[in-house]
Design a protein around this ligand. Structure first.
Ligand SMILES: [Zn+2]
Ligand SMILES: [Zn+2]
Length: 144
């Protein structure tokens, strides 16, 4: 019994607490929690309160709409991914820091309200932080 509690009881709580890290938003001061480990593709690493990018400084997302895997590793400690700043196809607001595969910003891609190419090699589903509507980012060639 003691053994089982050790295995399933307190062990789980300790584990889930350790999987999150607190990050304070530079722009509004809101306390956010993010995963300690590389999050799934489509996750947006933004402040839950003001939608600004967490940890990274983004100057003009139209000039450079991505963060490299090296930057992601440096700021977040995540491996195997890069970040994309995409304009919502519904409301045109910028959605910062969407987790995509490493190097995926180097392969041609586009974003749409719904998947347009039924033969797309790779699709990332996400939702706008501003209008809450879902949209997709799709690659004709698999970027992974
Ligand atoms: Zn904020
Ligand atoms: Zn939107």
């Amino acid at each position: 019994m003691q053994f089982l509690r050790k295995l399933f009881g307190s062990g789980f709580q300790t584990m889930s607490a350790a999987e999150k890290v607190g990050v304070k938003c530079r722009d509004c001061g809101h306390s956010n929690t993010i995963s300690r480990y590389t999050p799934p593709f489509g996750t947006q690493l933004v402040c839950a309160h003001c939608n600004k990018p967490l940890l990274l400084r983004v100057n003009d997302p139209r000039e450079r709409p991505y963060a490299t895997s090296r930057e992601v590793q440096l700021f977040f400690g995540y491996t195997g991914c890069s970040l994309l700043h995409a304009r919502c196809p519904h409301c045109s607001e910028t959605n910062y820091s969407i987790v995509i595969p490493e190097q995926a910003y180097n392969v041609s891609f586009y974003w749409n309200r719904k998947q347009e190419n039924p033969n797309a090699a790779f699709v990332v589903n996400t939702a706008c932080q501003h209008c809450k509507k879902a949209f997709v980012i799709e690659w004709d060639e698999d970027p992974r």
